[in-house]
Design a protein around this ligand. Structure first.
Ligand SMILES: Nc1nc2c(ncn2[C@@H]2O[C@H](COP(=O)(O)OP(=O)(O)OP(=O)(O)O)[C@@H](O)[C@H]2O)c(=O)[nH]1
Ligand SMILES: [Mg+2]
Length: 259
C-alpha cells in the first residue's frame, strides 16, 4: 500500500459524525472537542507526519467481522463463510479536520482454536469493536467475555468501546426492536457505543467507521495535548474520564479560542 497517495475524497471528515442511539453513545456532543479543533487549525496535533490508531475487532465466529471490514475497506461482500485464521489486517486512511489519520483494523478469528493466536494481537488497542449477530442472542451474551479477554491486554480506562450488532438485513423490524433493547442494556453496562449494521446492504457501515475514526482521532489528539502539557493554568482536560468532565472546561470557553 502506498502511504503517500492522497486520501480518498470519501474518507475526509470535516465534522463529527453523530452516534446511532443516544442511549448508548460514547458522547453526544455535536462537534469535535474545541481543543482538538483548535489544535488541528494550528497544526499542533503532536506527531509529525500522520497519526495511527490501532483498532481490534472481536466476537464469536461467523458473526460477520470480516465482512464488516471488507464492506468498508473494499466495498465487497462475500456470502460464503471463510473463517479467519488467527488475524487479518487492514489499514484505512482518513483525513480528519485536515490532519492525516489512519485506522489499523485488526480482524481477529472467532473460532476457539484460533483464539490463542488472535489474542496475542490485542495489545495496544485504542478502540475495541465487539461484534455480535443481531439474530443470535448467544452471540450478544458472549460479548462480555470477548471484552474481558481484550481488556486483559489493554488499559480499560483509555480504550474506546463499540458494540456492533451485525446482519441487520436478516431481522424483521419486530425482532430488531427486541434485540436492540437487550443490546442497548449491554452497551450501557460495558460503556460502549452501540451500532447496528448490515454488511450485505451496507446499512450504517460507513457511518459506523467514520464515527470510530472521529472518536479515536479526537481521543488521540487530546492525549497528545495532555502529554505535551499544552494546558493553560486552571484548564483541566481530563482525557479518558466521562464525557461531562472531558468537555467541562471547553464549554466554559469561547468557542473559537485557540489556547
Ligand atoms: N445476510 C448477511 N450475512 C452476513 C452479513 N455479514 C456477514 N454475513 C455472512 O456471515 C458469514 C460469516 O461472516 P464472516 O465475516 O466471515 O464472519 P467472521 O465473524 O469474520 O467469522 P470468523 O472469521 O470465523 O471469526 C458469511 O457467510 C457472511 O456472508 C450481513 O450483514 N448480512
Ligand atoms: Mg473473519
Amino acid at each position: 500500500m502506498n502511504l503517500l497517495a492522497p486520501v480518498r475524497r470519501d474518507r475526509i471528515l470535516a465534522e463529527l459524525p453523530q452516534c446511532l442511539r443516544k442511549e448508548a453513545a460514547l458522547h453526544m456532543h455535536k462537534d469535535f472537542h474545541p481543543r482538538v479543533t483548535c489544535a488541528c487549525q494550528e497544526h499542533r496535533t503532536g506527531t509529525v507526519g500522520f497519526k495511527i490508531s490501532k483498532v481490534i475487532v472481536v466476537g464469536d465466529l461467523s458473526v460477520g467481522k470480516t465482512c464488516l471490514i471488507n464492506r468498508f475497506c473494499k466495498d465487497t461482500f462475500d456470502k460464503n463463510y471463510k473463517a479467519t485464521i488467527g488475524v487479518d489486517f487492514e489499514m484505512e486512511r482518513f483525513e480528519v479536520l485536515g490532519v492525516p489519520f489512519s485506522l489499523q483494523l485488526w480482524d481477529t478469528a472467532g473460532q476457539e482454536r484460533f483464539k490463542c493466536i488472535a489474542s496475542t494481537y490485542y495489545r495496544g488497542a485504542q478502540a475495541i469493536i465487539i461484534v455480535f449477530n443481531l439474530n443470535d442472542v448467544a452471540s450478544l451474551e458472549h460479548t462480555k467475555q470477548w471484552l474481558a479477554d481484550a481488556l486483559k491486554e489493554n488499559d480499560p480506562s483509555s480504550v474506546l468501546l463499540f458494540l456492533v450488532g451485525s446482519k441487520k438485513d436478516l431481522s424483521t423490524p419486530a425482532q430488531y426492536i427486541l434485540m436492540e433493547k437487550d443490546a442497548l442494556k449491554v452497551a450501557q453496562e460495558i460503556k460502549a457505543e452501540f451500532w447496528a449494521v448490515s454488511s450485505l446492504t451496507g446499512e450504517n457501515v460507513r457511518e459506523f467507521f467514520f464515527r470510530v475514526a472521529a472518536l479515536t482521532f479526537e481521543a488521540n489528539v487530546l492525549a497528545e495535548l495532555e502529554k505535551s502539557g499544552a494546558r493553560r493554568i486552571g484548564d483541566v482536560v481530563r482525557i479518558n474520564s466521562d464525557d461531562s468532565n472531558l468537555y467541562l472546561t471547553a464549554s466554559k470557553k469561547k468557542p473559537t479560542c485557540c489556547p
